[in-house]
Design a protein around this ligand. Structure first.
Ligand code: NAD
Length: 259
């Protein structure tokens, strides 16, 4: 531990698996007081036990539950320094097969959930004892920069997160509110989000081959590699960055396809 975010109070949504779990662990290693939410009780308890962080059962699509989370953190510590809007799900498939209920649920989690986090986390940060301050990190995707034909809804939600982040960042900055807001864009990273494509060994090998081929570095990312960028954005090392996109994708969005 080097204390890069020593004493900062952080909340990470969807922290019971994958990238969120790696962030909970990394932030705790660097001295933060870490709270995390998730809809999955059992995994939340496991991650809390492993990291010493505090788990709160929490659905990002519920405004009432965002209120409850922020009230709890306010009553425990009186401040919030870092918010990571990480919870997210994969989408709806291609345009021609979209089911409207699934589309609405996807937007409720991937877009409305991020907005509610920014709204309620931002309000708590504005009341921080030393004056408004904080860093909000919204997890978008490489699919929020370049589109996928195979998942219309996912690209739409992740693109929305990118522009919502810019809007929020500029809103705070122009009002002289010292809360930064940036988006983080991971490329393919080894987490449970791909479980539906790993039903058989053959499926899993096909997926791995595809993900490696779309990544110039020739491999799938590790959750800790994404968490390290979140850590930088959470820390004061990134103090001049707001409204920006931070891509960690093994080079995947750098080249035109096939060139
Ligand atoms: N893994 C990748 O390759 C990759 C790439 C780009 C972006 N992302 C994004 O990273 C984020 C994390 O994904 P991951 O790969 O770690 O997936 P994951 O499935 O391993 O973890 C997501 C977590 O979010 C939780 N969650 C789902 N719905 C929720 C809700 N309504 N409220 C609260 N928690 C909820 C799940 O229970 C799970 O613990 C997502 O926003 C995803 O879109 C992932």
């Amino acid at each position: 531990m080097t204390g890069r975010i020593e004493g900062k109070v952080a909340f990470i949504s969807g922290g019971a698996s994958g990238l969120g779990e790696a962030m909970v662990q990394r932030f705790a290693e660097e001295g933060a007081i870490v709270y995390f939410g998730d809809v999955n009780d059992a995994s939340g308890a496991r991650v809390a036990e492993a990291t010493g962080a505090t788990f709160i059962k929490h659905d990002v699509a519920s405004e009432e539950q965002w209120n409850d989370v922020m009230s709890r953190i306010k009553s425990d510590h009186g401040q919030l320094d870092v918010l990571v809007n990480n919870a997210g799900i994969l989408g709806t498939g291609p345009l021609e097969t979209i089911d409207l209920d699934a589309w609405n649920r996807l937007f409720a989690i991937n877009v409305t959930g991020v907005m509610l986090g920014c709204k309620h986390g931002g309000l708590l940060m504005q009341g921080n004892p030393g004056g408004a301050s904080g860093s909000i990190i919204n997890i978008s995707s490489n699919a929020g920069i370049l589109a996928t034909a195979s998942d219309c809804g996912y690209s739409a939600t992740k693109g929305a997160v990118k522009l919502m982040t810019q809007s929020i960042a500029i809103n705070f900055a122009r009002r002289g509110i010292a809360i930064r807001c940036n988006s983080l864009h991971p490329g393919p990273t080894d987490t449970a989000i791909f479980t539906p494509w790993r039903e058989t060994e053959a499926d899993s090998n096909r997926l791995d081959k595809h993900l490696k081929e779309m990544t110039p570095l020739g491999r799938i990312g590790k959750p800790r590699e994404i968490a390290n960028m979140a850590l930088y954005l959470a820390s004061d090392e990134s103090s001049f960055s707001t409204g920006s996109q931070f891509v960690v994708d093994g080079g995947g969005t750098s080249a035109l396809a096939g060139m």
